[in-house]
Design a protein. Structure first.
Ligand code: PHE
Length: 339
C-alpha cells in the first residue's frame, strides 16, 4: 500500500509537471484525484486494512493528496498566467502603425465657388436671400416687366406646371419677392437653381444655377454697379482680369448690359475657349426698371437700384478651365476629386 501511494505520488507529480496547458493539467488532476482517480481508489480500499495500518496509510494518503493538490494549484496558476501573457502578446496593438486612411468627402466645385462668391458679396455688405424654385408666372415674368406674349418669353424655354405656375427660368423673381417685403436700403444676393427646357450639350443644361444681385437705395448709379461687379470679378479671378460692359436689353433693367471678362486662357488675344474673341460673357446686369420698382411699392423717383444675374456654372468653368457643363452633374468621382 505504501509503495502504491509512493508510485501514485511519483506519477501524479510527473504528470502535473509535464502538463503544458490547462487542459492536460485538468486531465491529470482527474486521473489521480477525481472520483474515479487512482488516489481515490486507494482511499476506498482502506477498509481492508488492519486497524494499526489504517492511520499510518491514512496519513500518508492525505500527504500524497495534499502534495498533489498543491502542485496542481501552483501549476494551474503558472499556466493561467502564461496563457494570459500569450494572449496579451498576440493581441498587442502597435499604436505606432499608420491608421487606415479615410476617404474625406469634398465640396462640389459649384458649391465651392458659390461659397467663394457669397463670401465676396458678404464682405461688401450684401445679405443672402432665397426664393422658391417653383414660381408663379407673376414673379418670373409679369412683375419683371415681361407681360404675356412679350417676345422675351420665347428666349427662355419655360417648363410650365400650369398656366400660372412654372419652374423659374431665372433668379430675378427673387428681386421682386425681396422688394415686396423689404423697403430700401436693399443689398442682397440670391443664389439658386433655374430651369430652362434646353437640350443637354457641353454648354447647355435644363438645370443650372444663377446668383442674382440687387441693390436699391437713394442715389444708386450705374457707377455703383460697375464698381461692385469689377470688385467682384477681380476678387474672384485676380487683379489682372479685365471687365467689359456691353449694351444689352433686359425688360426689367434700363439701361442693361452684359458683362464680359478677359479670357482666362489667352488673356484677351483670342483662343478656342473664348472662340477667338478674347472675352467671355459671365453675367447680365442693369439699373432696375422704374416699372419694376413701382410694381413692388418702391417710388422710382426716390430710389434707384441695380441688379445682376451671374451664371454660376459659367464662372466655375472659367475658374477651373472646365470645358463641359455636363461634368458638373454626372458626379464622377474622378472629376470631383480634382477640386
Ligand atoms: N435674369 C437675367 C437672365 O437670366 C440676368 C439678369 C439679372 C439681367 C438681373 C439683368 C439683371 O438672363
Amino acid at each position: 500500500m505504501k509503495e502504491k501511494l509512493a508510485q501514485i505520488r511519483e506519477q501524479a507529480i510527473s504528470a502535473l509537471k509535464g502538463a503544458s496547458d490547462l487542459r492536460t493539467l485538468e486531465d491529470a488532476k482527474v486521473k489521480f484525484l477525481g472520483k474515479k482517480g487512482e488516489l481515490t481508489a486507494v482511499l476506498r480500499g482502506m477498509g481492508a486494512l488492519t486497524p494499526e495500518e489504517r492511520p499510518v496509510i491514512g496519513q500518508l494518503a492525505n500527504e500524497v493528496r495534499n502534495a498533489v493538490e498543491e502542485l496542481y494549484a501552483n501549476t494551474k496558476t503558472a499556466l493561467s498566467e502564461n496563457a494570459k501573457a500569450a494572449k496579451l502578446q498576440s493581441e498587442k496593438i502597435d499604436v505606432t502603425m499608420p491608421g487606415a486612411r479615410r476617404n474625406i468627402a469634398k465640396r462640389h466645385p459649384l458649391s465651392q465657388v458659390l461659397r467663394e462668391v457669397s463670401d465676396i458679396f458678404l464682405g461688401m455688405g450684401f445679405e443672402i436671400a432665397e426664393g422658391p424654385d417653383i414660381e408663379l408666372d407673376y414673379y418670373n415674368f409679369e412683375a419683371l416687366n415681361i407681360p404675356k406674349n412679350h417676345p422675351a418669353r420665347d428666349t427662355q424655354d419655360t417648363f410650365y406646371i400650369t398656366d400660372n405656375i412654372l419652374l423659374r427660368t431665372q433668379t430675378s423673381p427673387v428681386q421682386v419677392r425681396v422688394m415686396e417685403k423689404k423697403k430700401p436700403p436693399i443689398k442682397i444676393i440670391a443664389p439658386g437653381m433655374v430651369f430652362r427646357s434646353d437640350a443637354v450639350d457641353a454648354t447647355h443644361s435644363p438645370v443650372f444655377h444663377q446668383i442674382e444681385g440687387l441693390v436699391v437705395d437713394k442715389g444708386v448709379t450705374m457707377g455703383d454697379l460697375k464698381g461692385t461687379l469689377e470688385t467682384f470679378v477681380k476678387k474672384l479671378y485676380g487683379e489682372d482680369v479685365r471687365v467689359r460692359f456691353r449694351p444689352h436689353h433686359f425688360p426689367f433693367t434700363e439701361p442693361s448690359a452684359e458683362v464680359d471678362i478677359s479670357c482666362f486662357v489667352c488673356g484677351g488675344k483670342g483662343c478656342s475657349v473664348c472662340k477667338g474673341e478674347g472675352w467671355i460673357e459671365i453675367l447680365g446686369a442693369g439699373m432696375v426698371h422704374p416699372k419694376v420698382l413701382s410694381g413692388c411699392g418702391i417710388d422710382p423717383d426716390e430710389y434707384s437700384g441695380f441688379a445682376f444675374g451671374v451664371g454660376l456654372e459659367r464662372i466655375v468653368m472659367r475658374k477651373f478651365g472646365i470645358d463641359d457643363l455636363r461634368l458638373f452633374y454626372e458626379n464622377d468621382i474622378r472629376f470631383l476629386k480634382q477640386f
